[in-house]
Design a protein around this ligand. Structure first.
Ligand code: UD1
Ligand code: MG
Length: 459
């Protein structure tokens, strides 16, 4: 039997934020959701979340996660006090309790699995995760058989040993601070044994709080499992650590996609979301950002300098210095430089959207060209329409939006204004500089402008 408890009641004073720390976002999802996701595959019988600071806000953020038991910790008197709140809900529980700090979001699921396996195999009262950090400032230090070693050298894999205590950074002597074996804040306890010592915790430390870490010295045998990749145990207490974790996640994502056949010409300058999927042979140039859920088709060339969010791109699409949000682009389109595609834009195969063109809530047929300085909003364009420079769909009458339809093969001249609602049939030609307010039948040429007047000798 396994129960998981996530500690998420703290305020996160060092973040200096109105948002509770565990709700801070990291690569598109909150810290606490990441922590919950890291233990999902273990299929625990019970999942308990200890909440306190802004408890309702944390609970409502997690409302969609079924089967969570929220346990209130009021006031928040330390991590030991937080786990003491489980004495009642876990009364009579006989299994293991996996405790996860809500601010340690980079743990790999396999690492937790390994921790649980080792704990069960060794029969220890507690097994905790540790790592050697180059700079362990702020973290608790693990006093273990092997903790005298300053450098574990080439880390071939996980190491383990017995532990006699954990000492918080602020309670350490100078000599103890030189110990780089760091407590991750992730523990697997034999619950009945932990329950027996929880009431014995005292506040005799620098912060005057009840520390969960103090139970380790009261339990025997206590073991630690050292993870090879120290990045996994990064805890987030301030904005610098938040940024460092974001960098680690971004690097993981980029490495994953490079291994799947994506070229990044300057990987460090690009950011990805977990919901972005690339097909093979995509080339991502510098300064490109992918947010939300995207599919980027085979052989697309993105960037430099583009933002793509919640969009689907077919194969061989090129995007240069442009912003695409909530759009679908079929194969072979060329977009930019400096185009903006907004919600509900759908570009047919082989379309071309050029500089300073904005498209919103519009369906473009195959091979539409809008190369310069245009606004297409709430419009339906047939195949092969050529949109002249400066063509604008005047879709808003001040109260409501109206649609514009332009039939296949039509051409609008430079600086045309199409006042919606309006329908142009197929193969229509609109003279440059026209303002059209009435429908135009197929095959017609439409003018909507004042005649030029020339008065000689008056110049
Ligand atoms: C803690 C550990 C430290 C470890 C580090 C790893 C203790 C005493 N120290 O320190 O050994 O190296 O994590 O990141 O445990 N929380 C509550 N209720 C409280 C206080 C905190 O639920 O009363 C929650 C917080 O929301 C947070 C987690 O517990 O998610 C850890 O608390 P935090 O204050 O960040 O502890 P650290 O100082 O980081
Ligand atoms: Mg912390």
């Amino acid at each position: 039997m396994l129960a998981v408890a996530v500690l998420a009641a703290g305020k996160g004073t060092r973040m200096k934020s109105d948002l509770p720390k565990v709700l801070q976002p990291l690569a598109g999802s909150t810290l606490v959701e990441r922590v919950l996701a890291s233990c999902e595959h273990l299929h625990p019988e019970r999942r308990l979340l200890i909440v306190g600071h802004q408890a309702e806000r944390v609970e409502s953020t997690l409302a969609g996660h079924g089967g969570l038991e929220f346990v209130l910790q009021q006031p928040q008197n330390g991590t030991g006090h937080a786990v003491q709140q489980l004495l009642k809900p876990l009364q009579g529980f006989e299994g293991q309790l996996l405790v996860l700090n809500g601010d340690v979001p980079l743990l790999r699921p396999e690492t937790l699995e390994q921790l649980l396996e080792q704990h069960r195999a060794s029969g220890a009262a507690v097994t905790l995760l540790s790592a050697r950090l180059a700079d362990p400032t702020g973290y608790g230090r693990v006093v273990a058989d092997d903790s005298g070693a300053q450098d574990s050298g080439a880390q071939g894999g996980a190491q383990s040993g017995t532990v006699s205590a954990i000492i918080e950074h602020r309670d350490c002597t100078e000599a103890q601070r030189r110990n780089t074996l760091t407590n991750a804040g992730i523990y697997c306890f034999d619950w009945p044994k932990l329950a027996a010592v929880l009431p014995l915790l005292a506040t005799d430390n620098d912060q005057g709080e009840l520390y969960l870490t103090d139970t380790v010295a009261m339990l025997s045998p206590a073991m630690h499992l050292e993870v090879a990749d120290a990045d996994e145990i990064n805890g987030i207490n301030d904005r610098l650590q938040l940024a460092q974790c974001e960098a680690v996640l971004q690097q993981r994502l980029r490495r994953h996609w490079m291994a799947e056949g994506v070229t990044f010409s300057d990987p460090a300058s690009c950011t990805l979301s977990e919901g972005t999927r690339f097909e093979r042979d995509v080339v991502v140039e510098p300064q490109c950002h992918f947010r939300g859920d995207n599919v980027i088709g085979t052989g697309c060339r993105i960037g430099p300098g583009s933002l793509i969010e919640n969009s689907r791109l077919g194969s061989g699409v090129e995007v240069l210095f442009s912003v695409l949000r909530d759009v679908a682009v079929e194969q072979g389109c060329v977009i930019g430089p400096y185009a903006q595609l907004r919600a509900g834009a759908h570009l047919g195969a082989g379309s071309r959207i050029g500089n300073f063109v904005e498209v919103k809530n519009s369906q473009l047929g195959e091979g539409v060209k809008a190369n310069h300085l245009s606004y297409l909003g709430d419009a339906d364009l047939g195949a092969g329409v050529n949109v002249g420079a400066g063509t604008v769909t005047a879709n808003y009458d001040g109260v409501r939006k109206h649609r514009t339809a332009i039939g296949a093969g039509s051409k609008t001249g430079a600086n045309s204004t199409l006042v919606a609602p309006i329908q142009l049939g197929e193969r229509v030609t609109v003279a440059a500089g026209s303002t059209l307010t009435d429908d135009v039948p197929a095959g017609a040429l439409a003018f909507g402008r004042a005649r030029q007047v020339v008065k000689e000798g008056r110049g």
